[in-house]
Ligand binder design. Sequence first.
Ligand code: NPW
Ligand code: ADP
Ligand code: MG
Length: 284
Amino acid sequence: MTNSIYIDQKQILKHYKQPDKHTHKGIQGHALIIGGSYGKIGAVSLSAKACLKTGCGLVTVFIPKCGYDILQIAIPEVMVITDNQEKLISNITFDITPQAIGIGPGLGQKIETQNAFHQFLQTNKTPLVIDADALNILSQNKEWLSLLPPKTILTPHPKELERLIGKWHSEEEKRSMAISFSKQYQVIIVMKGAPSRIIDGETLYENTTGNAALATAGSGDVLTGMITSLLAQSYEPISAAILGVYLHGLTAEIALPETGYQSFIASDVIANIGKAFLSLEKLE
Ligand SMILES: NC(=O)C1=CN([C@@H]2O[C@H](COP(=O)(O)OP(=O)(O)OC[C@H]3O[C@@H](n4cnc5c(N)ncnc54)[C@H](OP(=O)(O)O)[C@@H]3O)[C@@H](O)[C@H]2O)[C@@H](O)CC1
Ligand SMILES: Nc1ncnc2c1ncn2[C@@H]1O[C@H](COP(=O)(O)OP(=O)(O)O)[C@@H](O)[C@H]1O
Ligand SMILES: [Mg+2]
């Protein structure tokens, strides 16, 4: 039997933790965002900035060489490690110890990148958020799913979900296929949509924030950065997924009176993360 929970104001406070007064950047979590390819460095920029603005102490990105200047100029607060290749990721190696890794935004699916992702999964033990092309690569190589650490968070949009779990013919079937998949691979699935639903084994959480303004390029990349940030700050994976999705939706509600649906862009999600957090504090 599925257990369904609506994530509303009352529920979200069970997941939200106020920052400790005596914290410092060294214990606020170090997140690593891996992604980007020629023409899609913007996806990693959005993800990394959202990660910082969600409270992580340190953020590093791993990107192809062509993104180096772009990242350093766009977000001076973020540290950058580059691959050997100019336009794509071919060998994921780094000498930092992040508490969470988000991988996939703008990554592309070239064979060299697929091989690098496979090698990475074979040795990685850090908590993961997997999005976009990293999900698409897994869909093409389902045997790699067993390499994911337990409670890895997957954030597919409907097409990515279909590539991963197969076609469904009704909402009911989609839900039961997602539950089976979550149980089989011990993963948390953030099924993005309107509304977004989060599956963790037999439990389904339905988000209650957000609106159609979020139907804009890069808003999913931003969500990946937000969830990775919370995971790096020691939130339990399920709380990171639930709180990330809730805050992400809230930004669109907060911004709507100023932007309308049409002119809201992914950067407006990032610009309103602070107000979304503040609205949680008012509830307490
Ligand atoms: N600035 C940058 O650098 C940006 C970079 N980005 C990066 O680009 C890469 C490719 O990612 P992507 O999601 O655009 O491509 P893809 O997986 O083929 O999915 C597209 C197809 O899926 C469907 N679909 C999507 N949503 C749906 C929904 N709610 N409900 C139903 N269907 C839905 C829809 O299919 P259709 O309905 O047309 O059949 C659509 O055509 C990835 O790395 C990403 O990070 C982007 O984030 C943008 C900003
Ligand atoms: N009509 C809508 N109502 C509410 N949320 C939406 C709507 N359309 C899209 N979203 C949200 O926007 C995000 C889009 O993610 P995604 O498709 O991965 O975008 P991108 O890959 O361009 O970053 C998801 O979090 C999704 O739930
Ligand atoms: Mg996406």
